[in-house]
Design a protein around this ligand. Structure first.
Ligand code: SF4
Length: 96
């Protein structure tokens, strides 16, 4: 549901990073939250996925089980910053 409504899912055609898609971001975030060591590439892909998000809330609105996905993406941004991973220099122009 969330990926089919995502405003930036179309970007996946040009940027082959599954973390752009909200449903796929969840799996990566579970790995991040578990504390499993992630490679630099995995971290960069997660970061790119959450930073390309436009904060449109469409994924949250359609979630059939009421998960506040938008809040989750923002928490991941915070978590990455807390771990000393700097923000990407390129943010979606629609973010914030
Ligand atoms: S809030 Fe982000 S992840 Fe959710 S639908 Fe919008 S662009 Fe996609």
């Amino acid at each position: 549901m969330c990926t089919s409504r995502c405003s930036v899912a179309i970007a996946f055609k040009g940027i082959p990073n599954v973390n752009i898609l909200p449903s796929e971001k969840i799996a990566s975030i579970k790995a991040l939250a578990s504390g499993r060591p992630l490679g630099e590439r995995e971290i960069r892909d997660i970061q790119e996925g959450v930073y390309l998000c436009t904060n449109c809330y469409r994924c949250t609105v359609v979630c059939p089980v009421g998960i506040d996905l938008q809040n989750l993406w923002n928490k991941v941004r915070e978590l990455l910053l807390q771990r000393g991973i700097p923000e990407l220099s390129v943010l979606s122009p629609f973010s914030f």
